[in-house]
Design a protein around this ligand. Structure first.
Ligand code: SF4
Ligand code: SF4
Length: 174
């Protein structure tokens, strides 16, 4: 059985629309009008001049992780594995070791987060009983040359500072 072919009538209101050239010129004129207007005055542009203008990050926004420390700079995390257990992406890996400074019994000797698998859900932050892991770094752009550079180490997590003051963070309800 042959396919039924329905021939549609070509619709074009006027002959100038049917030859396209005039319509193309009209379109280009509109493009150049906008181009010149924005070139002379870009204050009305609805775009952000990133990276010169960085976005304002709200306190509750979930960025790249960090591990918090006590006032003396020692790690707060007690390697309880709550974050690792609750992580739906299974991208946290912790190795616990004995803690010798008398603060607690355990501490992480290895703590990694694979950012390529992380879905930024924040469950790890919610699950932590000690506020030892946070996502308040304000870091939204994560780049690297290979897969390994996306795996955060314990040192990287401890060295990343928070983007907000303690008061702002608490006020933000994070
Ligand atoms: S944000 Fe979610 S997916 Fe990422 S490490 Fe935390 S719990 Fe896992
Ligand atoms: S970050 Fe918090 S939840 Fe995760 S192991 Fe450390 S203390 Fe436990």
């Amino acid at each position: 059985m042959g396919a039924k072919v329905k021939t549609m009538e070509r619709r074009g209101a006027t002959w100038t629309e049917r030859v396209y050239l005039i319509e193309i010129c009209k379109g280009m004129a509109t493009t150049f009008r906008h181009f010149l207007r924005n070139l002379l005055d870009n204050s009305k542009l609805y775009v952000r001049h990133y990276p010169e203008v960085q976005p304002e990050i709200p306190v509750r926004w979930r960025g790249r992780h960090r591990l918090t420390t006590h006032e003396d700079g020692t790690v707060k995390c007690v390697a309880c594995f709550m974050c690792q257990t609750n992580c739906p992406a299974n991208c946290i890996s912790i190795e616990a070791g004995e803690r010798l400074d008398g603060k607690t019994e355990k501490m992480p000797v290895k703590f990694t987060i694979d950012l390529l698998e992380c879905i930024y859900c924040g469950y790890c932050v919610e699950a932590c009983p000690l506020d030892a892991i946070r996502m308040d770094t304000g870091i939204f752009s994560v780049t690297g040359y290979n897969r390994d550079s996306f795996v955060l180490s314990l040192e990287e997590l401890l060295q990343t500072p928070g983007a907000f003051s303690e008061e702002e963070y608490k006020k933000g309800g994070a």
